[in-house]
Design a protein around this ligand. Structure first.
Ligand SMILES: CC(C)(COP(=O)(O)OP(=O)(O)OC[C@H]1O[C@@H](n2cnc3c(N)ncnc32)[C@H](O)[C@@H]1OP(=O)(O)O)[C@@H](O)C(=O)NCCC(=O)NCCS
Length: 217
């Protein structure tokens, strides 16, 4: 069971656990999967079921597979902080009550070994509602999660994989300081073997097989 009061705060945003028990979370994930930009990003990956129950199942499976409460790897909801001075919210208000009134703008993921053949190092993923793109929210949320994982969980190696033609995603990764390493066939991040551009945090070894990434053919 996800702690509904846990969150990371950034200047404009909250990052909280996406829970399979929360209908509005599952509906939001399914809604994002069905946006045209997300369908394009997932083309050829083998993700086919984009419905509500598939979203619920994914969140439930990932919570256990990633051991999210312990590792910090998994799925995060990104919401806008309410446009109220923080002092106007009673200090003992449960975050789950605050979150109900917050606008959902996107999701951020940091997961590892989702499918057979995946790397030991986690990889960053993101999807934002079209109406909330172009405002810097994805960059701010990703920075917040990466900083938290580095500081609180001691994670040093993180990847991000993107379709070679996904320029929005590549621009975001470069803004975050990721380095473009190579474009290759990749196993373990999707049901299908995909062609992906691999980004890595600065300082990661040149030999990516050290992180469990399979050798390039
Ligand atoms: C990838 C994705 C999250 C990028 O979203 P994004 O809106 O471009 O990224 P950000 O939220 O960080 O916004 C950055 C933009 O906001 C602009 N911006 C506007 N106001 C800003 C502010 N106050 N602070 C920071 N940036 C601001 C920036 O200049 C930047 O614009 P630019 O890219 O034209 O230079 C989005 O395109 C998406 O959800 N795509 C579909 C899913 C997908 O492809 N996922 C990746 C799979 S690997």
């Amino acid at each position: 069971m996800c702690d509904p009061n846990w969150r990371i705060e950034t200047p404009r945003l909250y990052l909280s656990y996406l829970s399979s028990d929360n209908d509005s979370h599952c509906a939001f994930v399914s809604e994002l999967w069905n946006t045209s930009s997300m369908q394009k990003a997932n083309k050829g990956t083998g993700f086919t079921d984009r419905g509500l129950e598939a979203a619920r199942q994914r969140l439930s499976d990932d919570w256990k597979i990633q051991d999210q409460a312990v590792t910090g790897f998994g799925n995060y909801l990104v919401t806008l902080k309410p446009p109220l001075p923080e002092s106007s919210i009673p200090a003992d208000t449960p975050f789950s009550d605050i979150e109900k009134d917050c606008v959902k703008v996107g999701i951020i993921t940091m997961k590892r070994r989702v499918h057979t053949g995946g790397s030991d190092a986690p990889d960053l993923g993101f999807a934002f509602s079209p109406e909330w793109q172009g405002k810097g929210y994805a960059t701010e949320a990703a920075r917040g999660l990466i900083k938290w994982l580095e500081e609180e969980k001691g994670v040093k190696a993180m990847f991000a994989y993107t379709s070679p033609t996904n320029e929005d995603s590549k621009r975001l990764l470069r803004r975050l300081g990721f380095e473009e390493r190579e474009t290759r066939e990749l196993k373990g991040v999707a049901p299908n073997v995909i062609q992906a551009t691999v980004f890595a945090l600065p300082g990661m070894d040149a030999d990516l097989t050290k992180y469990g990434l399979e050798k390039k053919d």
